[in-house]
Design a protein around this ligand. Structure first.
Ligand code: KG4
Ligand code: ZN
Length: 336
């Protein structure tokens, strides 16, 4: 065989049905994402039951397209990696069932992948030179954590959010500002037209505290808007967006740089959907450069949900002999 192993990745944890084929651990052969965003937008957020039903409709066509675009035959697949948590139970079950069925039918090994580890591993696809150890800031719709990646299969949590995730705060604030789902990109865009003139709270800012809290900030934005409405004062939504975003970014940058410094590591990676935020990117990059820290970020396409990152994580797990069996089940609240 003159090629390395082919891993099929499957991802259905939230509102993207995705499949990808990678060769070896880092070479993307295909990366297909069918988004349900337009379907959920009319409800202002993801409706779990609707997400599951649409995954059922899309999962096999998306897998077939990934195989076709990789220019391979189904029978060439050496192993199947699938997200089994964290995420929406019904949505996860669709991918897990498809992954198990394919692994069984093709008689190849199955690998159960943690979605958050997948997000971190998206950085390996984007940056061939990246290797552990490093600190990872994982910021998504459901999670905000600082993770020390000691090796390809060894991670330790340095801190996480005590309430809302960063992406969740973006989505909720966007909603009260009348912006469409998903809120993150909409707030990011609107913030560019405003100035961070409103002083919103920054929680848990003491050095050495790597936990996050965004629910107070979210409430402060709601209170600000309600009180202005009751007093009949008109507010600049762009300034509110810019001020909210600045508060989130300042907290994330401060804690992340503090953690990297204390860890003695010289490398930082960012992962998850909120990593697409332009202000967070700019500020973290600037702060890392100032402190002599190497900074990696997977790029806009690979930082939101996709299956290439799941296949990548799966390929590394397979190298370490970490396989699942056909009893694999969805674990909605899976930790790192
Ligand atoms: O990682 P992801 O695609 O899905 C989860 O695993 O949750 O992250 C989705 C989250 C959503 O909350 C979305 O609003 C946020 O990422 N997001 C952003 C941006 N793009 C996506 N947040 C801030 N700025 C962005 N540009
Ligand atoms: Zn995600």
């Amino acid at each position: 065989m003159d090629r390395e192993k082919l891993t099929l990745g499957i991802e259905t944890s939230c509102d993207e049905t995705a499949a990808a084929v990678i060769e070896g651990t880092r070479k993307i052969r295909s990366d297909v994402v069918a988004t349900q965003i337009p379907i959920h937008r009319q409800y202002g957020g993801v409706v779990p039951e609707i997400a599951s039903r649409n995954h059922i409709l899309s999962v096999m066509p998306v897998i077939n397209e990934a195989i076709e675009r990789a220019a391979i035959d189904k029978s060439d697949i050496d192993q199947v990696a699938v997200t089994y948590g964290p995420g929406l139970a019904g949505a996860l079950l669709v991918g897990v069932s498809a992954g198990k069925a394919l692994a069984y039918a093709l008689d190849v090994p199955l690998i159960g992948v943690n979605h958050l580890e997948g997000h971190i591993f998206a950085n390996f696809l984007a940056s061939p030179e990246l290797a552990p150890p490093f600190m990872a800031l994982v910021v998504s719709g459901g999670h905000t954590s600082l993770v020390k990646v000691e090796d390809y299969n060894s991670f330790s949590s340095w801190g996480q959010t005590r309430d809302d995730a960063a992406g969740e705060a973006f989505d909720k604030v966007a909603r009260v500002l009348g912006l469409p789902y998903p809120g993150g990109p909409a707030v990011d865009k609107l913030a560019k037209e405003g100035k961070p003139v409103i002083d919103f709270p920054h929680a848990l800012m003491k050095d050495g505290n790597y936990d996050f809290s965004f629910s107070g900030l979210k409430s402060a934005v709601l209170n600000y808007l309600n009180s202005a409405r009751m007093k009949g004062i008109s507010v600049s939504k762009a300034d509110v967006a810019a001020s909210f975003q600045a508060a989130v970014v300042e907290v994330l940058v401060h804690k992340t740089i503090d953690a990297v410094k204390h860890s003695g590591l010289g490398t930082l990676v960012m992962a998850g959907g909120v990593a697409a935020n332009s202000a967070l990117n700019d500020k973290l990059q600037e702060a890392a450069a100032r402190c002599g820290i190497k900074f990696f970020f997977p790029g806009a396409k690979l930082c939101t949900d996709n299956a290439a990152m799941i296949a990548c994580r799966g390929a590394y797990m397979a190298e370490a002999g970490q396989f699942a069996d056909l009893k694999l089940n969805a674990v909605p609240n899976l930790n790192l």
